[in-house]
Each structure stands twice: as C-alpha cells, then as structure tokens.
Design a protein around this ligand. Sequence first.
Ligand code: NI
Length: 171
Amino acid sequence: MLDIVKVGDEVLREKTEKVTVFDNSLKILIDAMFETMEEAEGVGLAGPQVGVLKSLFVIEIPGDNIKKAFINPVIVETSAEKTVNEEGCLSIPGQYAEVSRFSRVAVQAQDETGRPFTLKADGLLARAIQHEYDHLEGRLFIDRLSEADREILLSRYEKEKNRKKKSRKRR
Ligand code: NI
C-alpha cells in the first residue's frame, strides 16, 4: 500500500516526466496504485498523488467495467460540449465540488507493457481522465473553482481534518 499525498504538499504542484522504461518495477507500481486506490474507494489515482513524478495514472470504474493504466497520456480530442458534475479527489478527502469538464474526450496513452492505445470516453470515465490528466500537470480540481469556492472548500477541509485529529487524540 502506498501513502496518498494530501493537498498542501508541493509534490502535487510539480509537472511529471514521461515514462521511458516499461519494466517490472513499473508493473509493481501500477499494481500498488490500483490497490491503494481501491482501498481508498477512489476511481482514479495519478503518480504525483503517491509521490511519483511520472506521467501515469490508473482508473477503475467498476460499474463501467473499466480498469486501466494510462502511461504518458495525451488528450487528443475534446467535445465542444461541457458537463458540470460533482467531483472529489483522494488528495482532498471528504470534499466535493461541481466542476465543468468536456463531456467527451479521446486519449492516447500506453499500457503498462508500453503498447499504445486510443480510447474514446464519455460520462464518468471522461471526467476521470481529465481529472487525472490535470494531476500530471500539477493541477487539482479546486484550481477550476472560483477563488471564493476554493477557499470555502479548503477551510472546510482543514476544519474537518483538525476535528478528526482531535477525536483521535481523545481515544
Ligand atoms: Ni485527484
């Protein structure tokens, strides 16, 4: 299991580098990321969120039967239409906000063996791909909110985090 980096850590603000070596240690990392994400009940997890500044993320949407690693992804097409929906992030646990995203995207990436693929996505998968892609560029979903909404969300996050810490101490 890997530790998930939380908002405030500068590693979430760094840009990532391309993966050039597709070896067994990459497969081990990808497996560990899937496990960590499942344990945290998320649908996506990107390299920087586990302190790895590489261009990769994993997505698993059980309802859609999707479990996939995206290495060196590039979003190559976006729809004219956008959709607003609620979004959260394992690096800002417990906080959700409405975010506007392209309704459909096409992404080119490589799998964990280095094989290239192209995927067209809509719905939750399209949203997850855009959210995780942002992580690779050092962006978080809260960057897409107004400054006022972002401040409200972050102060709520800090409050709830401190409350949890206190109740843990009391035990
Ligand atoms: Ni996230």
